[in-house]
Ligand binder design. Structure first.
Ligand SMILES: [Zn+2]
Length: 436
């Protein structure tokens, strides 16, 4: 009997998962769409002998699936491999192919979720199936978790599971998930795989200013809108200080070592500016940021409103939580009321047996390539799992063509992933999980 090769299965799984529209938006939040993908994954796992646990938080349709494969040494902490099933919205009129087609064309699997992150989910399902079919006993317990709602903060996914079903992750000490493990080409034929060891923290601020209300034809000394408008304009013009954190320093040192480029670490911005496609992604991890994302005030053209409100998306570097708050309050000034909602940064070191296993698995499939740590500016489910004391790495291995602007594909138009990269990633994941 012919047994499916996981490197063949992965392409079909990625394509079929993309074709299941699991858009997570304000419009679809009330009726979660993850269930179809959760059932799909659960069926693929059950087919080879797993007994998947299907969990919903109470939010209908936001399905999560967890299975565990027992390892040889129950005394060692388990390794969690997690991926989210939801995707951000896509406007089909902007795309070259329909975003929920999962079409395989020109060597790519196309569609929303191809890189964020149904490709990795497909790689994980294909590998988990192979292990079960072949009776592979990994060195330690493996927990495979496929979760809902990541794109809306994980309140019906990772965050909810950590708060309400922590026993599903019993004994887990380390985890891999997004966003890392992809290759970048730094110079001619010099390839490095970026393992994510840190995430900036996130702080959502609700701002409020008040002023005198009344008829639009009168004279006023103050204005809620003008006060808040001036404050957010100051914030948008503000530049937070450059801080060279360990992950970014290690990344730049690694790039210097493998390319021979000489960086002046006293001027990290100039160093990062020389990184081509990567400059934008790495540049966002040199300093805190704060962008105004929503502004609302007024309800009628001849009424001066008493209140104006705005929302700011703030992102701070590890170690900058307190300083960031102080600096924000200073820039916004005393006339603006602030409400904070914070997800602290997470960071780990780039060392130990798990990192060695990642590097060895990459080296076996792409000899001569380097493996470097980096920090991602965005937030992932890692922040939820970190609350269980789990050490996290972004490691979803993909070998990418040199000219592909990978960072632009996340939440982007014409999101796609190379077929070869999925097959490569499945082989790396297989090696890594057998030796982790
Ligand atoms: Zn994602």
């Amino acid at each position: 009997m012919a047994v499916a090769d996981p490197a063949d299965e992965v392409v079909a799984f990625a394509s079929e998962l993309i074709a299941l529209d699991t858009t997570n938006s304000a419009d679809t939040a009330a009726a979660g769409r993850e269930r179809v993908a959760a059932e799909y994954v659960a069926e693929k796992l059950a087919e080879v002998g797993y007994a998947p646990t299907y969990v919903e938080s109470g939010a209908p349709g936001k399905g999560n699936v967890v299975v565990r494969l027992e390892g040889a040494d129950p005394g060692r902490g388990a390794l969690l491999v997690h991926g989210h099933l939801d995707v951000v919205p896509a406007d089909a009129t902007e795309w070259s192919v329909h975003p929920f087609s999962g079409e395989v064309r020109d060597g790519y699997v196309w569609g929303r979720g191809a890189v964020d992150m149904k490709g990795m989910v497909a790689m994980t399902v294909a590998t988990a199936r192979r292990f079960k079919r072949d009776g592979v006993v990994p060195p330690r317990d493996l927990i495979f978790a496929f979760v809902a709602d990541e794109e809306a903060g994980g309140f019906a996914g990772a965050r909810w599971l950590v708060d309400n079903r922590p026993e599903l992750f019993d004994g887990a000490t380390e985890a891999i998930g997004e966003v890392g493990g992809f290759s970048v080409t730094l110079a001619d034929d010099v390839r490095a795989y970026l393992v994510q060891t840190a995430e900036k923290g996130a702080m959502w601020l609700r701002l409020k200013a008040t002023g005198t209300a009344g008829h639009g034809s009168m004279m006023y000394e103050d204005s809620a809108i003008a006060t808040l408008g001036a404050a957010v304009a100051r914030l948008q013009a503000h530049r937070f200080p450059v801080v060279l954190t360990d992950p970014v320093r290690d990344f730049l040192a690694g790039v210097a070592e493998i390319t021979g480029m000489a960086f002046d670490l006293d001027d990290p911005e100039a160093a990062v500016a020389r990184l081509g496609n990567l400059a934008r992604m790495i540049g966002a991890t040199l300093r805190d940021t704060a962008n105004v994302t929503m502004f609302e005030a007024g309800y009628k053209s001849n009424v001066v409103p008493s209140v104006a409100r705005a929302t700011v998306d703030g992102r701070m570097l590890p170690g900058r939580e307190a300083a960031f708050e102080v600096e924000l309050a200073e820039v916004l000034g005393p006339d603006v009321e602030l409400l904070w909602d914070t997800l602290p940064p997470v960071a780990t070191t780039f060392d130990g047996a798990l990192v060695d296993a990642m590097a060895a698995a990459i080296a076996a499939e792409d000899p001569g390539a380097a493996v470097l740590p980096y920090m991602v500016s965005a937030s992932t489910d890692a922040k939820s799992f970190a609350r269980l004391g789990i050490r996290h790495f972004g490691f979803a291995p993909l070998r990418l063509p040199p000219d592909l602007d990978f960072a632009a594909l996340f939440h982007g138009v014409d999101e796609r992933v190379p077929v070869d990269a999925l097959r490569f990633g499945t082989r790396v994941l297989d090696r890594f999980l057998r030796t982790s």
